[in-house]
Design a protein. Structure first.
Length: 94
């Protein structure tokens, strides 16, 4: 579906099967921040490589920490451990 001259890509997943894998993306703020936000959907650990050491990333790490994740940035490798014991509600987000 064209949006502003660009193609909008998506992946649709059906079924009870778990998915796993990896992909390589450019190490930029515009790539890493949405992936960090999506990490709350993962149970366990999310590992991101080539993460830029910028204020926006540190701010997002603080947000994830306040939501119950534990974030550790070692060089350009970010590990996000999902520790939620309860479901998130809109009050957590707002």
């Amino acid at each position: 579906m064209p949006v502003g001259g660009d193609c909008l890509a998506f992946i649709e997943i059906h079924g009870p099967c778990r998915i796993q894998g990896g992909l390589t993306v450019q190490g930029s703020k515009n790539a890493v921040l949405p992936i960090m936000a999506a990490s709350v959907l993962n149970r366990g650990i999310t590992v991101l490589e080539n993460v830029p050491r910028i204020q926006d990333v540190f701010c997002m790490m603080g947000i994830l920490d306040s939501l119950g994740c534990r974030c550790a940035l070692h060089g350009n490798r970010l590990e996000i451990l999902h520790l939620f014991r309860q479901k998130l509600s809109s009050s957590h987000i707002l």
